[in-house]
Design a protein around this ligand. Structure first.
Ligand code: ADP
Ligand code: MG
Length: 701
């Protein structure tokens, strides 16, 4: 089944050879013919039509227009020297600019001549222009329709370009390859699926993706390859889940016992929200099947995930098991431990804390108590997963803020028991459904999509730098009311120096505006030793300081109910999910809370959308969805390390419908034929035997 040809090292292809072969491998990871074949164009240049000048805008890729040269002029001196020309069509005037090749362009551009101009429109100094466009004298007698196509653009690198493997060079290689390779590209989808989803054949799709005959052909090819990619990801995930549920027996939480009931009836100080009840029920059902649970619990900050987690842990204890809760930082672990102790009132269950700073002596005692079963619930940091930590009978692991924990770490937790414990992963970073499906397709997902009643929505305001005094005034007013305030600065690696300058200037301005002894300030940033950081944090937590100036270290989880104002400096530089996380630090107490987004006066289009979104909504899922649209999935927190997102062609931001279709189809197929034994599903079964041989889908013919 696996094609010999497609396994051939790329250097043997006509036009490659050892040197380019080596470069292709190093620069783009293209080692074989098969790899080259799935090096798809990342965009296409539309040469199928001419644009009118009035139609041009910033968002367009490279396009072609026809226009008459009406002016040209050399401007600037030495380094700023450039040739500026103007062309006109019947809808407007477009400026063309050359910084290099000035002599050549000057000679070409005879005033009055008509050119086909090809380039990317961009706004410069408030005017639309094209820099270094291609020029071709327009000859009305020559019909241009024949060779007008969608020109593929392939990603390349400087190194490859030096070896003449720019986009055109790569296109030449594709042409050389496709001829012999086409016959080796075999169908991977059963005929009934192709009919049902109106997909073109795989072979044809590969041809059209590299050499599209028309926009319609290209679309069909993309549709086909995207569907295939998403389909097989889902098939793998859902089949794994199926096998997993057969293979891994888990502890059975059969009954709701005394601890759970005592807590629920006597200690829980509030009524659970409908969403909390629903999720508890989902987990209840899942933990009595005798199958190990892997569940993702999504819910905005403050939606009451921890309360749900606690009740699940009590359920575990009621069924003779221990539970543990793992947090990403020491300070969070401490907060969790003390809030769990508060909520359970001390005598209901035995809760202990284990972190990196637990002394060796304490640790020894903890280890003993864990192994004897004296401890019911252990709260801690990464220290929990060390192999020396052994439980008597660990039944449930709760992980807070999942994206800080890798798959490998999760696996280590499993090994702590003969029956692998149930795993509940809590995250306050809502993940759009599509992304969750792809990333965590093998997890079950529960969502708390309702905030406890009586929460006052956080008021979010966007202020410009020129309104800073207003902000200081507001801060004073809130501090006078006894509230505490966060002031957060971005600290982004690429511009760390600049950020630090901002931070220092900010601290100075705040210290001047809020002088001692009336005001006290905590300062926390990433460069500080952990001890100092903790100390400063604690001062704020205890209410000894009123203002906390910080870089994004406070992003995760600290809970200070009295802090009711979040000020985000340079807010235009934060991503949406970060802004949302930061805002979630306030609004935890009874008081009206505020989030103030400070920004410079000039904003990019994207930054404006981000800030507007924050002001308009506090719905984490809506925000996550917009974030995905703006940034694409590659940048969404937590996705980089997962590996499942190494998509060759599908795009989770734009192919959501296709993903849903693929997933539904897979679900249907597995429901009807879990073993894929039906002759119609032969090709799908073959997919798994190829996987077992370690060959990924795209390297297969
Ligand atoms: P999360 O972990 O999702 O951020 P928590 O479980 O920490 O949320 O809950 C945030 C706050 O809301 C806590 O003070 C908690 O006691 C409280 N809380 C949780 N559930 C409810 C509820 N149903 N009604 C009122 N308050 C609640
Ligand atoms: Mg929480």
């Amino acid at each position: 089944m696996t094609s010999q040809l497609l396994q051939t090292p790329v250097e043997y292809l006509k036009g490659v050879g050892p040197q380019r072969g080596e470069a292709l491998r190093k620069e783009l990871g293209i080692a074989t013919y098969g790899d080259l074949l799935v090096h798809f164009p990342f965009r296409y240049i539309d040469r199928t039509r001419f644009y009118k000048i009035r139609e041009l805008n910033d968002d367009l890729a490279a396009v072609q227009v026809i226009g008459r040269v009406i002016a040209k002029e050399l401007v600037g001196e030495k380094r700023t020297k450039r040739l500026v020309a103007q062309i006109r069509d019947d809808t407007g005037v477009l400026e063309l600019v050359w910084f290099q090749g000035i002599r050549w362009a000057d000679k070409m551009l005879t005033p009055g001549a008509v050119f086909i101009v090809f380039g990317k429109p961009a706004t410069f100094n408030g005017k639309l222009s094209m820099a270094h466009p291609e020029l071709e004298l327009y000859q009305p007698s020559v019909k241009k329709t024949g060779n007008m196509t969608l020109q593929p653009v392939y990603s390349s690198t400087e190194k490859l370009k030096q070896l003449s493997l720019d986009t055109r060079g790569i296109q030449r290689l594709q042409a050389a390859l496709l001829e012999p390779a086409l016959n080796e590209i075999h169908e991977t989808l059963p005929a009934y699926l192709m009919r049902e989803h109106r997909l073109i054949s795989r072979r044809n799709a590969f041809l059209q993706i590299h050499f599209p005959e028309s926009p319609a052909h290209l679309l069909a090819a993309q549709q086909r390859l995207k569907f295939e990619e998403l389909f097989f990801i889902q098939l793998r995930l859902l089949r794994n889940k199926l096998l997993h549920s057969r293979k891994f027996r888990g502890p059975v939480f059969r009954h709701v016992g005394g601890k759970f009931n005592t807590f629920y009836h006597d200690k829980l100080p509030f009524e659970l929200t409908g969403a909390q009840k629903r999720v508890l029920k989902e987990i209840r059902l899942d933990t009595q099947r005798g199958v190990q649970m892997n569940r993702l619990l999504q819910g905005d900050v403050g939606s009451g995930k921890t309360a749900v987690a606690l009740m699940c842990m009590l359920l575990a204890v009621d069924n003779g098991c221990q539970a543990c809760l793992m947090a990403p930082t020491e300070i969070l672990a401490k907060q969790h431990a003390s809030s769990l102790m508060d909520m359970t009132g001390g005598d209901l269950v035995t809760i202990r804390l284990l972190t990196g700073s637990t002394s060796r002596k304490e640790r020894r005692i903890l280890h003993q108590q864990l192994e004897s079963g004296e401890i019911d619930i252990l709260v801690g940091t990464h220290a929990l997963i060390e192999d020396t930590v052994q439980f008597k009978n660990l039944g449930l692991v709760v992980i807070d803020e999942q994206h800080r924990f890798g798959v490998e770490q999760r696996a280590r937790l499993w090994r702590k028991n003969t029956l692998p414990p149930h795993v509940l992963v809590m995250t306050a970073t809502p993940i759009p459904r599509t992304l969750a499906m792809t990333l965590y397709g093998d997890l079950d997902v529960s969502v708390i999509d309702e905030l406890p009643v009586g929460r006052k929505p956080i008021k979010t305001i966007h202020l410009y730098e020129s309104q800073r005094l207003r902000m200081f005034g507001f801060m004073k007013q809130e501090i006078a009311l006894g509230r505490q305030i966060y002031v957060v600065y971005p600290l982004i690696r690429e511009s760390e120096k600049l950020d630090l300058l901002h931070l220092e200037a900010g601290i100075e301005a705040i210290s001047r505006t809020f002088p001692l002894p009336e005001y006290r300030i905590s300062i926390v940033h990433g460069q500080m030793p952990v001890k100092d950081k903790d100390f400063e944090m604690q001062r704020f937590v205890k209410g000894e300081t009123q203002i906390m100036v910080a870089t994004t270290v406070i992003e995760v989880g600290v809970n200070v109910p009295n802090a009711s104002v979040m000020i985000i400096e340079n807010a235009e530089r934060f991503g949406l999910s970060q802004l949302h996380q930061l805002r979630g630090r306030v609004g935890r107490g009874a008081e009206q809370s505020y989030c103030i987004l400070m920004s410079g006066n000039k904003l990019s289009r994207e930054a404006r959308i981000r800030l507007e979104t924050m002001v308009r909504t506090s719905d984490g899922f809506e925000i996550a969805e917009i974030d995905l649209q703006l940034r694409g999935p590659g940048d969404i927190e937590g996705t980089q390390q997962s590996g499942t997102l190494d998509l060759k062609i599908a795009d989770l931001a734009h192919d959501q419908e296709l993903l849903a279709a693929a997933r539904n189809t897979v679900t249907r197929i597995l429901d009807a034929d879990p073993e894929l034994a039906d002759p119609d599903n032969l090709l799908l079964k073959a997919f798994f035997s190829r996987m077992e041989n370690g060959i990924s889908w795209n390297k297969i013919s």
